[in-house]
Ligand binder design. Sequence first.
Ligand code: ACO
Length: 181
Amino acid sequence: SHHPTICYRPIQPSDLEVLELIHADIFPIRYESEFFQSVVHERDIVSWAAVDRSRPNGHSDELIGFVTARIAMAKEAGIGDLLRYDPSKPDQTLVYILTLGVVETYRNLGIARSLIRQVIKYASSVPTCRAVYLHVISYNIPAIHLYKKMSFKCIRRLQGFYLINGQHYDSFLFVYYVNGG
Ligand code: ACO
């Protein structure tokens, strides 16, 4: 049988095409090409890729999973109140997870969990960072289970946060505190 050898590495410009394809495949929301350019050129975005080194024929470095995140200033993020925002420390930051995905054939192997671990480790290493946070659409049970299992706290339900094909959907706001945030 097939034994995957999953490795994690930064996302790079050669990932652009596959990154766009997977996003189009698994998210109900369209992302601008500007977003993908920012990811692969690391413009204000940090990201990690998962690849399967055991894949044959030049696929051993092809993305099978990814997480993308942006650093936000706590005072501008609109969730400063949830962090007991301290005005005497105006440089406090947050890490906002933008997208997380694993291609279908590689699900339930713990890859998303490892990708989120990388984000938490990174956020913990930034002294000004107080938390990792994200929004998830209210019907996305696998993702909600994942965040709960990783001890993210669901702190808010935002009515009609997403607009998809003319229909509104709620989102949950999940937070993972770091550095005593
Ligand atoms: N049903 C219930 N719980 C699930 C499921 C599922 N189908 N899949 C994952 N989980 C939970 C479980 O608690 C699991 O822990 P366990 O195996 O110990 O029970 C935990 O998540 C970790 O699972 P992983 O194997 O690490 O998750 P996977 O690599 O399969 O990826 C993901 C999960 C990213 C949600 C995947 O299903 C996916 O890509 N879905 C489509 C895109 C998506 O929904 N992305 C997240 C949107 S939110 C955002 O981007 C900010």
